[in-house]
Design a binder for this molecule. Sequence first.
Ligand SMILES: [Zn+2]
Length: 477
Amino acid sequence: MSDLNPSITELPFLAGLDAALWAEAAWQVWQGSRLGAAELAECRRRRLLDLLRHARSASPFYRDLHAGLPNYGRVCLADCPAVDKRTLMREFDRVSTRPEVNLRTVERFVSDPARLGSLLHGRYAVWSSSGTTGHPGLFVHDSRALAVYDALETQRFRGQAAGVDQMVSWMRGERYALVAATGGHFAGVSSVQRLLRALPWMTPFVRACSLLQPIDRLVAELNAYGPAILATYPTAAEMLAEEQASGRLRLRLRELWTGGECMAPATRARLQSVFGCRVRNAYGASEFLAIAWECPHRQLHVNSDWVILEPVDARGRPVAPGERSHSVLLTNLVNRVQPLIRYDLGDAVTMRSGRCPCGSAFPVIAVEGRCDDVLVMPLARGGVGAVVPLALETVLEERAHVHDFQVVQTALRAVTVRLGGEQPASAASAVRRALHAYFQAMGFADIALDVGDQPPRRDCLSGKLRRVVREVERASP
Ligand SMILES: [Zn+2]
Protein backbone atom coordinates (compact mmCIF):
# COMPACT_ATOMS: atom_id res chain seq x y z
CA MET A 1 0.00 0.00 0.00
CA SER A 2 1.31 3.38 -0.93
CA ASP A 3 3.32 5.20 1.67
CA LEU A 4 5.12 8.49 2.04
CA ASN A 5 8.64 8.38 0.67
CA PRO A 6 10.90 10.97 2.31
CA SER A 7 13.35 11.12 -0.64
CA ILE A 8 16.13 12.68 1.37
CA THR A 9 19.04 10.25 1.31
CA GLU A 10 21.19 12.48 -0.88
CA LEU A 11 24.46 11.01 0.29
CA PRO A 12 23.49 7.37 0.65
CA PHE A 13 27.05 6.12 0.77
CA LEU A 14 27.36 7.92 4.08
CA ALA A 15 23.95 6.87 5.36
CA GLY A 16 24.93 3.54 6.84
CA LEU A 17 25.66 1.86 3.53
CA ASP A 18 28.69 0.12 2.18
CA ALA A 19 30.59 2.34 -0.30
CA ALA A 20 31.02 -0.43 -2.88
CA LEU A 21 27.31 -1.28 -2.76
CA TRP A 22 26.42 2.38 -3.12
CA ALA A 23 28.76 2.86 -6.09
CA GLU A 24 27.42 -0.26 -7.84
CA ALA A 25 23.77 0.77 -7.28
CA ALA A 26 24.47 4.34 -8.43
CA TRP A 27 26.16 3.05 -11.58
CA GLN A 28 23.35 0.56 -12.39
CA VAL A 29 20.63 3.17 -11.85
CA TRP A 30 22.56 5.67 -14.00
CA GLN A 31 22.89 3.08 -16.78
CA GLY A 32 19.20 2.15 -16.50
CA SER A 33 18.18 5.78 -16.98
CA ARG A 34 19.79 5.70 -20.45
CA LEU A 35 18.06 2.57 -21.77
CA GLY A 36 15.37 2.46 -24.44
CA ALA A 37 12.11 0.55 -23.91
CA ALA A 38 13.40 -2.73 -25.44
CA GLU A 39 16.63 -2.62 -23.43
CA LEU A 40 14.67 -1.92 -20.26
CA ALA A 41 12.51 -4.99 -20.95
CA GLU A 42 15.64 -7.14 -21.40
CA CYS A 43 17.21 -5.75 -18.21
CA ARG A 44 13.96 -6.48 -16.34
CA ARG A 45 13.85 -10.05 -17.73
CA ARG A 46 17.43 -10.78 -16.60
CA ARG A 47 16.80 -9.44 -13.11
CA LEU A 48 13.55 -11.39 -12.87
CA LEU A 49 15.29 -14.68 -13.78
CA ASP A 50 17.96 -13.99 -11.11
CA LEU A 51 15.25 -13.26 -8.55
CA LEU A 52 13.25 -16.40 -9.40
CA ARG A 53 16.39 -18.58 -9.20
CA HIS A 54 17.36 -17.05 -5.87
CA ALA A 55 13.83 -17.38 -4.41
CA ARG A 56 13.62 -21.04 -5.45
CA SER A 57 17.00 -21.90 -3.97
CA ALA A 58 16.93 -19.83 -0.75
CA SER A 59 13.24 -19.45 0.26
CA PRO A 60 11.38 -22.63 1.30
CA PHE A 61 8.06 -20.84 0.72
CA TYR A 62 8.80 -19.95 -2.93
CA ARG A 63 10.43 -23.36 -3.53
CA ASP A 64 7.04 -24.97 -2.74
CA LEU A 65 4.94 -22.25 -4.41
CA HIS A 66 6.88 -22.41 -7.69
CA ALA A 67 7.50 -26.18 -7.62
CA GLY A 68 5.31 -26.97 -10.63
CA LEU A 69 6.60 -24.16 -12.86
CA PRO A 70 8.74 -24.73 -15.95
CA ASN A 71 12.49 -24.11 -15.85
CA TYR A 72 13.38 -20.47 -15.49
CA GLY A 73 14.59 -20.00 -19.04
CA ARG A 74 10.96 -20.47 -20.17
CA VAL A 75 8.99 -19.26 -17.18
CA CYS A 76 6.68 -16.30 -17.57
CA LEU A 77 5.93 -14.09 -14.56
CA ALA A 78 2.19 -14.58 -15.13
CA ASP A 79 2.68 -18.32 -14.40
CA CYS A 80 3.75 -17.56 -10.83
CA PRO A 81 0.93 -17.51 -8.27
CA ALA A 82 0.21 -14.14 -6.65
CA VAL A 83 0.86 -13.72 -2.91
CA ASP A 84 -0.90 -11.48 -0.42
CA LYS A 85 0.13 -9.81 2.82
CA ARG A 86 -1.72 -12.28 5.04
CA THR A 87 0.17 -15.23 3.48
CA LEU A 88 3.48 -13.37 3.54
CA MET A 89 3.11 -12.66 7.26
CA ARG A 90 1.84 -16.16 8.12
CA GLU A 91 4.77 -17.75 6.23
CA PHE A 92 7.27 -15.08 7.28
CA ASP A 93 10.07 -17.45 8.33
CA ARG A 94 9.70 -19.65 5.23
CA VAL A 95 9.62 -16.63 2.88
CA SER A 96 12.83 -15.26 4.44
CA THR A 97 16.04 -16.34 2.71
CA ARG A 98 18.18 -15.74 5.83
CA PRO A 99 17.82 -17.74 9.07
CA GLU A 100 18.68 -14.71 11.21
CA VAL A 101 15.73 -12.80 9.71
CA ASN A 102 12.67 -14.39 11.30
CA LEU A 103 9.35 -13.11 12.62
CA ARG A 104 10.36 -13.33 16.27
CA THR A 105 13.51 -11.24 15.77
CA VAL A 106 11.78 -8.74 13.50
CA GLU A 107 8.80 -8.27 15.85
CA ARG A 108 11.16 -7.74 18.77
CA PHE A 109 13.06 -5.17 16.69
CA VAL A 110 10.00 -3.08 15.77
CA SER A 111 8.55 -3.25 19.28
CA ASP A 112 11.46 -1.09 20.47
CA PRO A 113 10.96 2.58 19.50
CA ALA A 114 14.61 3.29 20.42
CA ARG A 115 15.72 1.22 17.41
CA LEU A 116 13.93 3.47 14.90
CA GLY A 117 16.30 4.09 11.99
CA SER A 118 18.83 1.45 13.04
CA LEU A 119 19.47 -1.66 10.96
CA LEU A 120 18.56 -5.18 12.11
CA HIS A 121 21.81 -7.16 12.53
CA GLY A 122 23.53 -4.03 11.18
CA ARG A 123 22.31 -4.88 7.63
CA TYR A 124 18.54 -4.88 7.22
CA ALA A 125 15.97 -2.09 7.34
CA VAL A 126 12.63 -3.15 8.82
CA TRP A 127 9.50 -1.18 7.96
CA SER A 128 6.03 -1.80 9.29
CA SER A 129 3.13 -0.87 7.05
CA SER A 130 -0.25 0.39 8.12
CA GLY A 131 -2.89 -2.27 7.81
CA THR A 132 -4.95 -0.63 5.08
CA THR A 133 -6.11 -4.06 3.95
CA GLY A 134 -6.88 -5.10 7.52
CA HIS A 135 -3.47 -6.69 8.12
CA PRO A 136 -0.29 -5.02 9.31
CA GLY A 137 2.85 -5.96 7.41
CA LEU A 138 6.54 -6.17 8.25
CA PHE A 139 8.98 -5.68 5.38
CA VAL A 140 12.71 -6.34 5.55
CA HIS A 141 15.11 -4.81 3.00
CA ASP A 142 18.76 -5.73 2.55
CA SER A 143 21.63 -3.29 2.09
CA ARG A 144 21.67 -3.62 -1.70
CA ALA A 145 17.95 -2.83 -1.92
CA LEU A 146 18.46 0.26 0.28
CA ALA A 147 21.34 1.39 -1.95
CA VAL A 148 19.15 1.03 -5.06
CA TYR A 149 16.19 2.90 -3.48
CA ASP A 150 18.55 5.70 -2.48
CA ALA A 151 20.12 5.87 -5.95
CA LEU A 152 16.66 5.92 -7.61
CA GLU A 153 15.58 8.80 -5.39
CA THR A 154 18.77 10.77 -5.87
CA GLN A 155 19.08 10.34 -9.62
CA ARG A 156 15.48 10.13 -10.84
CA PHE A 157 13.22 11.91 -8.33
CA ARG A 158 15.71 14.64 -7.49
CA GLY A 159 17.39 14.71 -10.91
CA GLN A 160 21.01 14.20 -11.89
CA ALA A 161 22.20 17.38 -10.22
CA ALA A 162 20.57 16.50 -6.91
CA GLY A 163 23.86 15.88 -5.13
CA VAL A 164 25.28 19.27 -6.13
CA ASP A 165 21.93 21.00 -5.52
CA GLN A 166 21.72 19.50 -2.10
CA MET A 167 25.27 20.53 -1.17
CA VAL A 168 24.45 24.10 -2.21
CA SER A 169 21.18 23.93 -0.30
CA TRP A 170 22.96 22.75 2.87
CA MET A 171 25.59 25.45 2.50
CA ARG A 172 22.75 27.96 2.41
CA GLY A 173 21.44 26.31 5.59
CA GLU A 174 18.20 25.07 4.00
CA ARG A 175 16.19 22.69 6.11
CA TYR A 176 14.04 19.68 5.34
CA ALA A 177 10.96 18.54 7.31
CA LEU A 178 8.98 15.34 7.02
CA VAL A 179 5.51 15.78 8.53
CA ALA A 180 4.09 12.31 9.08
CA ALA A 181 2.79 9.74 11.51
CA THR A 182 5.83 9.10 13.65
CA GLY A 183 4.55 6.47 16.08
CA GLY A 184 6.20 3.37 14.57
CA HIS A 185 8.87 1.94 12.27
CA PHE A 186 7.22 3.36 9.13
CA ALA A 187 9.29 3.62 5.95
CA GLY A 188 9.31 7.44 5.84
CA VAL A 189 10.28 8.26 9.41
CA SER A 190 12.65 5.24 9.60
CA SER A 191 14.53 6.50 6.53
CA VAL A 192 14.89 9.98 8.08
CA GLN A 193 16.18 8.45 11.33
CA ARG A 194 18.57 6.15 9.42
CA LEU A 195 20.10 9.23 7.81
CA LEU A 196 20.39 11.07 11.14
CA ARG A 197 21.97 8.07 12.87
CA ALA A 198 24.61 7.88 10.14
CA LEU A 199 25.10 11.64 9.84
CA PRO A 200 24.38 13.24 13.24
CA TRP A 201 25.81 16.57 12.01
CA MET A 202 22.71 16.85 9.77
CA THR A 203 20.39 17.04 12.80
CA PRO A 204 19.86 20.84 12.47
CA PHE A 205 18.88 20.39 8.79
CA VAL A 206 16.63 17.33 8.78
CA ARG A 207 13.65 16.75 11.02
CA ALA A 208 10.60 14.49 11.28
CA CYS A 209 7.59 16.33 12.79
CA SER A 210 4.71 14.36 14.27
CA LEU A 211 1.25 14.73 12.81
CA LEU A 212 -0.11 13.30 16.05
CA GLN A 213 0.15 16.59 17.92
CA PRO A 214 -2.30 19.51 18.13
CA ILE A 215 -2.16 21.66 15.01
CA ASP A 216 -1.08 24.83 16.88
CA ARG A 217 1.92 22.96 18.30
CA LEU A 218 2.83 21.59 14.85
CA VAL A 219 2.51 25.10 13.38
CA ALA A 220 4.74 26.53 16.13
CA GLU A 221 7.33 23.77 15.57
CA LEU A 222 7.41 24.41 11.80
CA ASN A 223 7.55 28.20 12.21
CA ALA A 224 10.50 27.89 14.60
CA TYR A 225 12.29 25.38 12.37
CA GLY A 226 11.60 27.09 9.01
CA PRO A 227 12.03 24.29 6.46
CA ALA A 228 12.66 25.04 2.76
CA ILE A 229 11.49 21.56 1.72
CA LEU A 230 8.50 19.87 3.29
CA ALA A 231 7.34 16.29 2.61
CA THR A 232 3.92 15.12 3.74
CA TYR A 233 0.60 13.50 2.77
CA PRO A 234 -1.72 15.57 0.56
CA THR A 235 -4.39 15.78 3.32
CA ALA A 236 -1.78 17.07 5.81
CA ALA A 237 -0.47 19.51 3.19
CA GLU A 238 -4.01 20.83 2.73
CA MET A 239 -4.42 21.27 6.47
CA LEU A 240 -1.10 23.16 6.61
CA ALA A 241 -2.15 25.24 3.59
CA GLU A 242 -5.16 26.48 5.58
CA GLU A 243 -2.80 27.48 8.40
CA GLN A 244 -0.49 29.23 5.91
CA ALA A 245 -3.41 31.04 4.25
CA SER A 246 -4.63 32.25 7.66
CA GLY A 247 -1.18 33.67 8.42
CA ARG A 248 -0.59 31.43 11.46
CA LEU A 249 1.91 29.27 9.54
CA ARG A 250 4.68 31.29 7.90
CA LEU A 251 6.74 28.95 5.72
CA ARG A 252 8.81 29.98 2.71
CA LEU A 253 9.06 26.65 0.91
CA ARG A 254 11.23 25.95 -2.12
CA GLU A 255 9.51 22.60 -2.79
CA LEU A 256 6.63 20.62 -1.34
CA TRP A 257 6.77 16.84 -1.77
CA THR A 258 3.66 14.72 -1.42
CA GLY A 259 2.79 11.02 -1.49
CA GLY A 260 0.82 8.25 0.17
CA GLU A 261 -2.65 9.46 -0.83
CA CYS A 262 -4.53 10.57 -3.91
CA MET A 263 -4.27 14.26 -4.78
CA ALA A 264 -6.88 16.00 -6.93
CA PRO A 265 -5.60 18.62 -9.44
CA ALA A 266 -7.53 21.28 -7.48
CA THR A 267 -5.64 20.35 -4.31
CA ARG A 268 -2.30 20.63 -6.10
CA ALA A 269 -3.28 24.03 -7.51
CA ARG A 270 -4.32 25.25 -4.06
CA LEU A 271 -1.04 24.03 -2.49
CA GLN A 272 1.01 25.68 -5.22
CA SER A 273 -0.80 28.96 -4.90
CA VAL A 274 -0.74 29.10 -1.07
CA PHE A 275 2.88 28.02 -0.62
CA GLY A 276 4.08 29.64 -3.85
CA CYS A 277 6.37 26.73 -4.69
CA ARG A 278 6.63 23.65 -6.84
CA VAL A 279 4.62 20.60 -5.66
CA ARG A 280 6.07 17.18 -6.53
CA ASN A 281 4.36 13.84 -6.08
CA ALA A 282 5.99 10.41 -5.75
CA TYR A 283 4.75 6.84 -5.36
CA GLY A 284 6.46 4.60 -2.83
CA ALA A 285 5.53 1.75 -0.49
CA SER A 286 6.95 -0.23 2.40
CA GLU A 287 7.35 -3.05 -0.13
CA PHE A 288 9.50 -0.94 -2.51
CA LEU A 289 10.39 2.55 -1.40
CA ALA A 290 10.83 4.26 -4.77
CA ILE A 291 8.21 2.83 -7.16
CA ALA A 292 7.67 5.91 -9.33
CA TRP A 293 8.77 9.54 -9.57
CA GLU A 294 7.10 12.58 -11.11
CA CYS A 295 8.65 14.22 -14.17
CA PRO A 296 8.24 17.93 -15.08
CA HIS A 297 5.09 16.97 -17.04
CA ARG A 298 3.50 15.78 -13.78
CA GLN A 299 3.49 12.16 -14.89
CA LEU A 300 4.52 9.34 -12.55
CA HIS A 301 7.20 7.18 -14.20
CA VAL A 302 7.68 3.64 -12.87
CA ASN A 303 11.26 2.55 -12.11
CA SER A 304 10.56 -0.45 -14.31
CA ASP A 305 14.17 -1.69 -14.37
CA TRP A 306 13.89 -2.50 -10.62
CA VAL A 307 10.20 -3.09 -9.94
CA ILE A 308 7.48 -4.80 -11.99
CA LEU A 309 3.88 -3.65 -11.60
CA GLU A 310 1.01 -5.73 -13.03
CA PRO A 311 -2.43 -4.08 -12.80
CA VAL A 312 -5.12 -6.73 -12.20
CA ASP A 313 -8.91 -6.92 -11.87
CA ALA A 314 -10.80 -8.30 -8.85
CA ARG A 315 -10.17 -11.86 -10.08
CA GLY A 316 -6.44 -11.33 -10.58
CA ARG A 317 -6.64 -11.07 -14.40
CA PRO A 318 -4.46 -8.54 -16.23
CA VAL A 319 -6.01 -5.14 -16.93
CA ALA A 320 -5.27 -3.38 -20.22
CA PRO A 321 -3.44 -0.01 -20.37
CA GLY A 322 -5.87 2.86 -19.92
CA GLU A 323 -8.20 0.89 -17.64
CA ARG A 324 -8.33 1.39 -13.87
CA SER A 325 -7.24 -1.76 -12.03
CA HIS A 326 -8.72 -3.29 -8.89
CA SER A 327 -5.24 -3.93 -7.49
CA VAL A 328 -1.64 -4.19 -8.62
CA LEU A 329 0.89 -7.03 -8.25
CA LEU A 330 4.39 -5.89 -7.33
CA THR A 331 7.63 -7.79 -7.98
CA ASN A 332 10.67 -6.32 -6.25
CA LEU A 333 13.68 -7.12 -8.46
CA VAL A 334 16.37 -6.04 -6.01
CA ASN A 335 15.53 -7.17 -2.49
CA ARG A 336 16.79 -10.69 -1.75
CA VAL A 337 16.14 -11.16 1.97
CA GLN A 338 12.30 -11.20 1.74
CA PRO A 339 11.47 -11.81 -1.93
CA LEU A 340 8.23 -10.22 -3.15
CA ILE A 341 7.07 -11.89 -6.35
CA ARG A 342 3.62 -10.92 -7.66
CA TYR A 343 2.72 -9.44 -4.29
CA ASP A 344 -0.78 -7.94 -4.09
CA LEU A 345 -0.18 -4.30 -3.17
CA GLY A 346 -3.87 -3.31 -3.04
CA ASP A 347 -3.59 0.02 -4.92
CA ALA A 348 -5.85 0.86 -7.86
CA VAL A 349 -3.68 2.06 -10.75
CA THR A 350 -3.99 2.90 -14.44
CA MET A 351 -1.09 2.19 -16.80
CA ARG A 352 -0.85 4.80 -19.54
CA SER A 353 0.04 3.77 -23.05
CA GLY A 354 2.29 5.88 -25.26
CA ARG A 355 5.28 8.05 -24.44
CA CYS A 356 5.27 10.97 -22.02
CA PRO A 357 6.25 14.30 -23.65
CA CYS A 358 9.36 14.32 -21.40
CA GLY A 359 10.73 11.50 -23.58
CA SER A 360 11.41 9.04 -20.74
CA ALA A 361 11.24 5.33 -21.65
CA PHE A 362 9.90 4.49 -18.17
CA PRO A 363 6.18 3.69 -18.27
CA VAL A 364 3.65 6.18 -16.93
CA ILE A 365 1.17 5.22 -14.26
CA ALA A 366 -1.69 6.97 -12.47
CA VAL A 367 -2.22 5.86 -8.88
CA GLU A 368 -5.48 6.28 -7.03
CA GLY A 369 -3.97 5.82 -3.55
CA ARG A 370 -5.92 6.26 -0.37
CA CYS A 371 -8.90 8.57 -0.60
CA ASP A 372 -9.89 8.98 3.03
CA ASP A 373 -11.57 12.08 4.39
CA VAL A 374 -10.22 14.74 6.73
CA LEU A 375 -12.49 15.05 9.79
CA VAL A 376 -13.37 18.56 10.95
CA MET A 377 -14.50 18.90 14.56
CA PRO A 378 -15.04 21.68 17.14
CA LEU A 379 -12.10 22.64 19.36
CA ALA A 380 -12.50 23.23 23.10
CA ARG A 381 -11.01 26.73 22.74
CA GLY A 382 -13.49 27.62 19.99
CA GLY A 383 -13.38 27.24 16.22
CA VAL A 384 -12.75 23.96 14.46
CA GLY A 385 -9.74 21.74 13.85
CA ALA A 386 -8.89 19.07 11.30
CA VAL A 387 -7.93 15.44 11.86
CA VAL A 388 -5.79 13.98 9.08
CA PRO A 389 -6.83 10.37 8.26
CA LEU A 390 -3.33 8.90 8.52
CA ALA A 391 -2.92 10.32 12.03
CA LEU A 392 -6.22 8.78 13.12
CA GLU A 393 -5.31 5.42 11.54
CA THR A 394 -1.93 5.42 13.31
CA VAL A 395 -3.60 6.07 16.68
CA LEU A 396 -5.93 3.08 16.19
CA GLU A 397 -3.18 0.77 14.92
CA GLU A 398 -0.37 1.66 17.28
CA ARG A 399 -2.30 2.53 20.45
CA ALA A 400 -5.48 0.42 20.21
CA HIS A 401 -3.86 -2.40 18.17
CA VAL A 402 -6.80 -2.77 15.75
CA HIS A 403 -6.25 -2.96 11.99
CA ASP A 404 -9.65 -3.75 10.49
CA PHE A 405 -11.77 -0.67 11.19
CA GLN A 406 -13.70 2.23 9.73
CA VAL A 407 -14.06 5.61 11.42
CA VAL A 408 -17.15 7.58 10.42
CA GLN A 409 -17.90 11.13 11.51
CA THR A 410 -21.69 11.08 11.68
CA ALA A 411 -22.25 14.57 13.15
CA LEU A 412 -20.12 17.56 14.05
CA ARG A 413 -19.43 16.10 17.51
CA ALA A 414 -20.06 12.39 16.87
CA VAL A 415 -17.77 9.66 15.62
CA THR A 416 -18.63 5.99 15.09
CA VAL A 417 -15.97 3.29 14.81
CA ARG A 418 -16.92 0.08 12.99
CA LEU A 419 -14.71 -2.90 13.76
CA GLY A 420 -14.40 -5.78 11.33
CA GLY A 421 -12.85 -9.23 11.34
CA GLU A 422 -12.23 -11.17 14.51
CA GLN A 423 -11.41 -8.72 17.26
CA PRO A 424 -10.57 -9.59 20.87
CA ALA A 425 -13.26 -8.66 23.41
CA SER A 426 -11.05 -5.85 24.68
CA ALA A 427 -10.79 -4.13 21.24
CA ALA A 428 -13.80 -1.83 21.67
CA SER A 429 -12.60 -0.44 25.01
CA ALA A 430 -9.03 -0.07 23.65
CA VAL A 431 -10.43 1.95 20.72
CA ARG A 432 -12.48 4.15 23.06
CA ARG A 433 -9.50 4.81 25.35
CA ALA A 434 -7.09 5.56 22.49
CA LEU A 435 -9.48 7.91 20.65
CA HIS A 436 -10.66 9.74 23.78
CA ALA A 437 -7.04 10.36 24.79
CA TYR A 438 -6.12 11.46 21.25
CA PHE A 439 -9.09 13.82 20.81
CA GLN A 440 -8.41 15.33 24.23
CA ALA A 441 -4.70 15.81 23.49
CA MET A 442 -5.61 17.45 20.16
CA GLY A 443 -7.91 19.88 21.99
CA PHE A 444 -11.26 18.69 20.58
CA ALA A 445 -14.37 19.30 22.67
CA ASP A 446 -16.83 16.64 23.81
CA ILE A 447 -16.73 14.22 20.90
CA ALA A 448 -19.35 11.46 21.34
CA LEU A 449 -17.73 8.15 20.49
CA ASP A 450 -19.67 5.07 19.48
CA VAL A 451 -17.77 1.83 18.92
CA GLY A 452 -20.35 -0.33 17.23
CA ASP A 453 -20.35 -3.97 16.31
CA GLN A 454 -21.31 -3.31 12.69
CA PRO A 455 -18.52 -4.19 10.26
CA PRO A 456 -16.90 -1.57 7.96
CA ARG A 457 -19.04 -0.74 4.91
CA ARG A 458 -17.93 -0.28 1.32
CA ASP A 459 -18.79 2.92 -0.50
CA CYS A 460 -22.03 2.25 -2.40
CA LEU A 461 -20.83 4.11 -5.51
CA SER A 462 -17.16 3.15 -5.87
CA GLY A 463 -17.28 -0.18 -4.00
CA LYS A 464 -14.13 0.91 -2.19
CA LEU A 465 -13.54 0.41 1.50
CA ARG A 466 -12.47 3.73 2.98
CA ARG A 467 -11.12 3.75 6.52
CA VAL A 468 -11.94 7.33 7.49
CA VAL A 469 -15.22 8.77 6.23
CA ARG A 470 -16.87 12.12 6.85
CA GLU A 471 -20.62 11.81 6.51
CA VAL A 472 -21.40 15.22 8.00
CA GLU A 473 -22.52 17.86 5.54
CA ARG A 474 -19.47 19.71 4.24
CA ALA A 475 -21.02 23.06 5.12
CA SER A 476 -21.89 22.19 8.70
CA PRO A 477 -18.79 23.51 10.52
ZN1 LIG B 1 7.44 12.27 -18.19
